[in-house]
Design a binder for this molecule. Structure first.
Ligand SMILES: CC(C)(COP(=O)(O)OP(=O)(O)OC[C@H]1O[C@@H](n2cnc3c(N)ncnc32)[C@H](O)[C@@H]1OP(=O)(O)O)[C@@H](O)C(=O)NCCC(=O)NCCS
Length: 144
């Protein structure tokens, strides 16, 4: 498979939101949505980390995206996705390299990401990028 001609850039809500939603929608159960992905929540998030939400563009189409976050101590990477017809061309690796570089530039020493149990096949992808599986429970609580 040929490598990608996709270019990466920072997400722009007004220009990209619809396209990114459709990329995520096409990327299966590995990308799970919650009420934190409502447009008003994404806008809120962008006030904090505008530089950590990236898109990959091929021609004039958005073909991939990743959303990073930094809380001042740890980083988080959410919703990495590449549309099926553009996979295995290096776009996923490029998106991860760029979001990691931007997190590092912000002073982040360590970051996390979540993989659902049904999506365990993707663990090898992340391992190849230096990520390791952590042996602990993930806990959550709804605050509002
Ligand atoms: C995971 C995902 C983003 C990878 O994107 P991609 O652009 O195809 O990845 P790349 O082309 O950069 O992959 C580079 C290498 O990673 C490995 N790799 C890629 N996808 C893989 C997968 N699903 N499983 C195992 N290894 C994989 C391969 O070694 C590949 O190199 P190769 O093509 O030379 O064999 C894409 O498969 C996707 O969108 N999946 C659905 C959504 C998802 O599950 N996201 C993760 C949420 S935690």
């Amino acid at each position: 498979m040929s490598r990608s001609r996709a270019t990466l850039r920072t997400f722009d809500f007004d220009r990209d939101w619809e396209s990114v939603q459709s990329v995520w929608a096409r990327c299966g159960p590995g990308v799970q949505f919650s009420r934190s992905d409502a447009p008003e929540e994404i806008r809120k998030k962008l006030e904090r980390d505008p530089d950590l939400f990236l898109v990959a563009e091929a021609g004039d189409a958005i073909v991939g995206a990743v959303m990073g976050g930094f809380d001042g101590r740890r980083g988080l990477v959410y919703h990495l996705a590449v549309v099926p017809e553009q996979r295995r061309r290096g776009i996923g690796v490029a998106l991860m390299a760029e979001v990691e570089a931007r997190l590092k530039a912000r002073g982040c020493l360590k970051c996390y990401l979540l993989v659902t149990r049904e999506n365990a096949a993707v663990v090898d992808f992340y391992r190849s990028l230096g990520w390791g599986v952590m042996d602990m429970f993930l806990m959550g609580k709804e605050l509002a």
